[in-house]
Design a protein around this ligand. Structure first.
Ligand code: URA
Length: 240
């Protein structure tokens, strides 16, 4: 749901302030009813007209991006660092990332202009499985791997059960590659889970976001989701 004045402004019809005036002047209808309250929220399904003319809404777009390291997961950065949307200059829609990956983390990130779906995807009750590959040092013991899987006490509480697998280890370098699937999305969660066991994450990559994998993409590349993938996301996040 979005504020009516924002939807009108986004359609390119007026500035946000002018859109508010149009609403106050009784020029805006939602589903045929004149609306004069500025706080009114509308969804993608609501029919908005200004002076009786339907507004052109931005088409909803969905991209899977292979975020490289050294890129900020936001729309703007006050320190002028490269952000994920800098990779989408060719896209006219105002897209934003769904959730975030750390500056130092690479991997699968969804970007869209569909605020409703983004909110649903980020809501704890719909948190998707996310699979990470962490390169850590030193090599975790079997007991540490079990602890990661069972739950780790962090300062914001116990983590939920996770699927954890040791993929490879290098005894000389004292490093290991560990695959971990979690469904929570707490800030720096994977790094903090390892750190709680005195394991240092040297590299972190998100391999999968729900059913979406990085197959076929290189760092910095993206692809539009296929219609059936969008449908599946909507279906999987629908409240019962
Ligand atoms: N966990 C982390 O520690 N960092 C990320 O970017 C994502 C999950």
């Amino acid at each position: 749901m979005e504020r009516l004045q924002k939807v009108i402004a986004r359609a390119g019809l007026a500035s946000r302030r002018k859109a508010e005036q149009l609403i106050l002047d009784g020029k805006v209808q939602v589903n045929g009813q004149t609306v004069k309250e500025l706080g009114t929220k509308v969804s993608n399904n609501d029919k908005v007209t200004v002076n009786g003319v339907p507004i052109d809404k931005e088409p909803l777009v969905y991209y899977l991006f292979y975020k490289p390291t050294g890129v900020i997961s936001s729309v703007k950065d006050d320190r002028n660092r490269t952000t994920v949307v800098d990779f989408f200059k060719h896209v006219p829609e105002r897209i934003f990332p769904v959730g975030r990956l750390d500056y130092d983390t690479s991997g699968a990130l969804l970007l869209t202009n569909d605020g409703e779906l983004a909110n649903r995807l980020m809501h704890p009750s719909f948190e998707f499985d996310k699979t990470y590959i962490a390169n850590v040092t030193p090599i975790p013991t079997n007991d540490q791997l079990r602890q990661l899987a069972m739950g780790i006490r962090l300062e914001d509480g116990m983590t939920a059960k996770a699927r954890v697998q040791l993929l490879a280890s290098d005894k000389e370098k004292k490093t290991a590659s560990v695959q971990m699937t979690i469904h929570e999305g707490r800030n720096r969660q994977v790094r903090r889970m390892f750190s709680a066991l005195h394991l240092h994450v040297r590299k972190l990559k998100r391999e999968r976001y729900g059913f979406l994998s990085l197959n076929g993409l290189h760092p910095g590349e993206s692809r539009e989701l296929k219609p059936h993938e969008v449908k599946t996301l909507m279906h999987n996040t629908r409240s019962t």
